[in-house]
Ligand binder design. Structure first.
Ligand code: NAD
Ligand code: UFG
Length: 341
């Protein structure tokens, strides 16, 4: 019988792509999402892409009764916990909301797992948990830290998971520190579609390309990098999705818990990203240089050896594929999802 997985936040950007790969790998999957940053129509899109009816329950991870009901209705083998809030700036303004959703939400999921006897969880962590003074490439053994409430919630969740494992040696956790997700599914039917103005580079560039915004604001060109703009490790969301499948497979094989970076090991600057996207969409995209954004680092990219060694994971898709798939999504799929659909 197929393993059954609960995806929290499964209609969101990374969750929806992971769903497609899990179905392709033969898993049964149930999604819960409260739609605070995704649209109900994504569920239909997932059905189109996979050819399998989507088992979606609208529920909030803060609603313990709803969570308990989902765990009563299904016999899960593992949970992949994506549900959370992710806007760094908003977390500075509303820290309590971030502690509530990201930390309390994860504790609720762990408690529901405990009652149901579910012993495997994959968690969406972030490169933001590295101490900002560490030089790249960032490896998993380096000291951690945080510069804002969002980063604090990710680091706290990692520590809660480690302590929960200590208390219950049967509990296995896959902590995945994502670098910068980019791109969309090759079908053009699912992609990044934030409900608000995007803070992140790639979704913002895609909306300049679509004409929604007139130009990109580049936050500083005086960093110590070859062209002066910030360098990040962009990883195709389809590669990230594949990393989740490997992570959950390792946990279900009862291998040891793991904590790994998911990146490519290579960094690109803001200008390199803008140029690559300009090539993908066929026109030079306008930009203006602005002052640095508070809290930004010059350069971050991953050391990728541990994910390869423990999970056999390596990213395979390059920058062109990230930009062309994003542009395909913006031109086809993104237009078809109505604001409330
Ligand atoms: P996303 O906002 O597209 O997806 C998150 C999903 O969770 C959304 O569909 C949202 O509606 C849902 N959700 C939020 N709060 C919820 C709640 N209380 N109950 C149920 N559902 C809820 O974000 P994403 O980019 O897919 O990120 C997924 C996870 O990965 C998040 O935890 C995020 O912090 C983490 N992460 C993202 C990035 C990134 O750059 N995208 C980087 C590192 C880590
Ligand atoms: N940038 C711009 N203009 C924009 C947006 C971004 O110039 O409109 C620049 C930033 O200054 C930075 C680079 O593009 O140099 C990437 O910025 P993002 O906001 O896309 O990504 P960050 O690396 O700052 O942060 C993201 C997530 C964090 C996560 C981190 C690592 O927002 O939550 O990646 O995973 F922790």
């Amino acid at each position: 019988m197929a393993f059954k997985i609960l995806l929290t936040g499964g209609l969101g950007y990374i969750g929806s792509h992971t769903y497609v790969d899990l179905i392709a790998a033969g898993f049964d999957v149930v999604i819960i999402d409260n739609l605070c940053n995704s649209k109900r129509g994504v569920s239909d899109r997932l059905e189109q892409v996979t050819g399998v009816p989507t088992d979606f329950v609208e529920a909030d991870v803060l609603d313990k009764a709803a969570l308990a009901q989902v765990f009563t209705d299904h016999n899960f083998d593992a949970v992949i916990h994506f549900a959370g809030l992710k806007a760094v700036g908003e977390s500075v303004e509303k820290p309590l909301q971030y502690f509530q959703v990201n930390v309390v939400g994860m504790v609720n999921v762990l408690q529901a797992m405990q009652v149901a006897g579910v012993k495997s969880i994959v968690f969406s962590s972030s490169a933001t948990v590295y101490d900002p003074i560490q030089p790249s490439p960032l490896n998993e053994g380096m000291p951690t830290g945080y510069a804002n409430p969002y980063g604090y919630t990710k680091l706290t969740c990692e520590q809660i998971l480690q302590q929960a494992c200590h208390a219950d040696p049967d509990l296995k956790t896959g902590i995945l520190r994502y670098f910068n997700p980019a791109g969309a599914h090759a079908s053009g039917l699912i992609g990044e579609d934030p409900n608000d103005i995007p803070n992140n580079l790639m979704p913002y560039i895609s909306r300049v390309a679509s004409g929604d915004y007139p130009f990109l604001r580049i936050w500083g060109n005086d960093y110590d990098t070859p062209d002066g703009t910030g360098i990040r490790d962009y990883i195709h969301v389809a590669d990230l999705a594949a990393g989740h499948v490997k992570s959950v497979q390792a946990l279900l094989s009862r291998e040891a818990s793991h904590l790994v970076n998911l990146g490519t090991g290579k960094g690109y600057s803001v200008l390199e990203m803008l140029n690559a996207y300009s090539t993908a969409c066929g026109r030079a995209l306008p930009y203006e240089i602005m002052p640095r954004r508070a809290g930004d680092l010059a350069t971050t990219f991953a050391e990728v050896g541990r994910a390869k060694q423990l999970l056999g994971f390596s990213a395979t898709r390059g920058l062109d594929e990230m930009c062309s798939s994003s542009w395909h999504w913006i031109n086809t799929g993104a237009k078809l999802v109505s604001p409330d659909g």
